[in-house]
Ligand binder design. Structure first.
Ligand code: NFS
Length: 639
């Protein structure tokens, strides 16, 4: 098989040829090298939880040594994926909370969105009158940090969900308590000799996932907005052609805005710009990958170099002076690829050290100095670039990014309502959904997965949805696919959207696919659906909105899928999770959950079929939604 057929990105194909010539191995070579993947692992019924194993379940050996059957083994493995994902998102939030605790008027980290801080402080009963904003920030940070280990009560963020949804969580006993407690409970319950009941394992998984969506992730997003500013729409460009031959190219890859925000500042430092001149460069060019890329493009318009599957290929351009990473989604293979070029592969976090990298520790206490040191390394490396090895591919697309909940609401509201309600409401969005001009809304999110063709499912599904007047919001590497393929550009609605959506986009001045940020920012999507449901006095499961992860791959994505379903939003996956070893697990996840939480999973690895199912399901959901709307109108008229 030609490995170039494993991606639809033409820049990636050019660089795969170059990698071949340069003798560089990439993920695509490794994929072809694997003849087949382990069937037990794929189905989720290999148990490595205790030292008697691994026990692999088959018709001949239907139980592990302890007697655990396929349902227990699949369920435990699944629950541990949810715990892993929740830990990753939430630990990110914990670091942001610590950063907020360090914020000061004359320090590296300042408060950029005072109104958001004050609102959160009021929600948490923190005194705000006549107090220094930084005192308020520090108290809020302390309360946020308590959310990880508080001994009593449930997440403080649950109250932002519609009342009816909160009732569902209470009734089904999945209100998440402290974040660390939920993760620890899963690790305990899945230890050898604890929970041996698939229903219970999925129940625990949902509760833990809600500690991610409605606590860790939501906290990460809120506190990041407070510290770094709530994103507003801005123009940018996407794909590897954003690298510039004449400049020092620095790639930011990973997840933590506390690092990337400082690198953005350091890259503007006159001293370093002068140094760049001295080494013969025309300046410093920053570009982002994965979720750090999303954070800095949302807030600064920093260009998007590419997505998860392009991290090695970015280095194959031979034009990158430094790849700076912190945590999550970083290929250890980058060390080897960097070795073939002059690129410095700089790791910065004690949580993610990688053999073969240059480790320069970044601490929030010494943030700016650390960031300068890292950028300086990159600038000094410019002179080591081998011009003969440089190939920057040609394609890039323009995009508008930066759609926070506030930005979405204000954009829509300004057109219809500006004189009536300057603060903005979701009414225009609701009206578009009620009238059917927009048939529904879909969040298309998540990673790239080597099980499929890079970007194919994302782009196919998004195009199908917008053609059918379903507005798409996107985060994570899915958002980067949309940006790369022109779906976030000004003319995208005219080119690809159905009449209803195109009209709305033209009127409002938005693309048909809205970039809402990084994966923790899926909490922005939850808040948008919650706001619509609240406005209509409905539950989230009544709204014609769906979640889709066409190319998901990480444990974080499993946690996200679970909390989106637990929030009442039907979720569609383009890659089968490792649960097919248990018929009961599939029955619950893809069926029974609907009775309990009002939503379920649907999986189809054929992206065309998946898109068709989603569109028809949204139309079915509309029948229910329109009936509810009508009932409410009649009730109002009678009253
Ligand atoms: Ni999300 Fe971000 Fe990308 Fe997937 Fe990785 S970057 S947190 S996990 S690969 S979307």
């Amino acid at each position: 098989m030609d490995k170039k057929m494993l991606t639809i990105d033409l820049n990636s194909r050019v660089l795969l040829d170059k990698a071949e010539k340069d003798g560089v191995e990439t993920m695509y070579d490794r994929k072809l090298g694997f003849k087949s993947q382990c069937g037990f692992g794929l189905q989720g019924n290999c148990c490595r939880i205790c030292g008697m194993g691994p026990c692999r379940i088959s018709p001949k050996t239907p139980r592990g040594l302890c007697g655990a059957d396929e349902h227990v083994i699949v369920g435990r493995n699944f629950a541990r994926m949810v715990a892993g994902g929740t830990a990753a998102h939430s630990d990110h939030a914990r670091d942001i909370a610590h950063t907020l605790a360090l914020s000061s008027r004359d320090g590296n980290y300042k408060i950029r969105d005072e109104a958001k801080l004050i609102a959160l402080a009021k929600d948490w009963d923190v005194e705000t009158e006549d107090r220094d904003i930084y005192d308020i920030a520090h108290e809020v940070a302390d309360i946020a940090l308590m959310e990880f280990g508080k001994p009593h009560g449930v997440s403080r963020f649950l109250k932002y969900a519609p009342k009816k949804r909160q009732e569902v969580w209470k009734q089904y006993a999945i209100e998440p308590r402290a974040i660390d407690r939920e993760i620890a409970t899963i690790m305990h319950s899945t230890h050898i000799g604890c929970t041996a009941d698939i229903d219970s394992l999925i129940h625990l998984s949902l509760r833990t996932s809600l500690a991610d969506g409605w606590c860790g992730s939501m906290m990460g997003t809120r506190l990041s907005d407070i510290l770094f500013g709530t994103p507003t729409p801005r123009r940018t460009e996407a794909n590897l052609a954003v690298l510039e031959e004449s400049k020092v190219n620095i790639l930011l890859h990973g997840h933590e805005p506390s690092l990337s925000e400082m690198i953005v500042l350091a890259a503007e430092d006159p001293e370093l710009l002068e140094l760049a001149k001295e080494v013969g460069a025309d300046g410093i060019n920053l570009a982002g990958m994965c979720c750090t890329g999303n954070e800095v493009t949302m807030r600064h318009g920093v260009k998007i170099a590419g997505d998860f599957h392009q991290q090695e290929l970015a280095l194959v351009t031979g034009a990158v002076e430094a790849m700076i990473v912190d945590v999550q989604c970083i290929f250890p293979a980058l060390a080897k690829v960097a070795d073939c070029y002059h690129t410095k592969f700089v790791t910065t976090s004690p949580k993610a050290k990688i053999t073969g990298s240059t480790y320069i520790e970044f601490t929030e206490e010494n943030a700016y100095e650390d960031a300068k040191k890292i950028v300086k390394e990159a600038v000094l490396n410019f002179k080591n670039r081998n011009k003969e090895k440089v190939l920057i591919p040609e394609l890039k697309s323009a995009a508008t990014v930066g759609f926070s909940v506030e930005a979405v609401i204000n954009k829509l509201d300004n057109v219809v309502n500006s004189q009536i309600d300057p603060a903005g409401t979701v009414k225009p969005l609701v009206d578009c959904l009620k009238s059917g001009v927009l048939r529904g809304a879909a969040a298309v999110v998540g990673c790239n997965n080597a099980k499929g063709v890079s970007n194919e499912a994302h782009v196919t599904i998004m195009k199908e949805l917008i053609k059918n007047d379903i507005i798409v919001v996107s985060t994570g590497c899915g958002a980067q696919a949309a940006a790369k393929f022109g779906l976030m550009d000004e003319d995208a609605a005219q080119k690809y959207a159905g009449k209803g959506l195109a009209t709305v986009c033209q009127l409002v001045g938005i693309p048909p696919v809205l970039h809402m940020g990084s994966c923790v920012d899926i909490s922005r999507i939850l808040e948008t659906v919650a706001a619509v449901a609240n406005y209509l006095d409905m539950d989230m499961c009544d709204i014609p909105a769906v979640g889709i992860a066409p190319e998901w791959m990480s444990e974080k994505a499993v946690a996200i899928g679970c909390y989106v379903v637990a929030s009442g939003i039907d979720t569609y996956l383009g890659i089968m999770p490792p649960v097919t070893g248990s018929s009961r697990a599939v029955e619950i996840l893809c069926g029974e959950l609907e009775e309990k939480v009002g939503a379920k999973f649907t999986v189809n690895e054929n992206c065309h079929e998946l898109a068709a199912t989603i569109i028809s399901d949204i139309e079915k959901k509309r029948v229910h939604f329109e009936k509810l709307v009508e009932e409410k109108m009649m009730a109002n008229a009678e009253a």
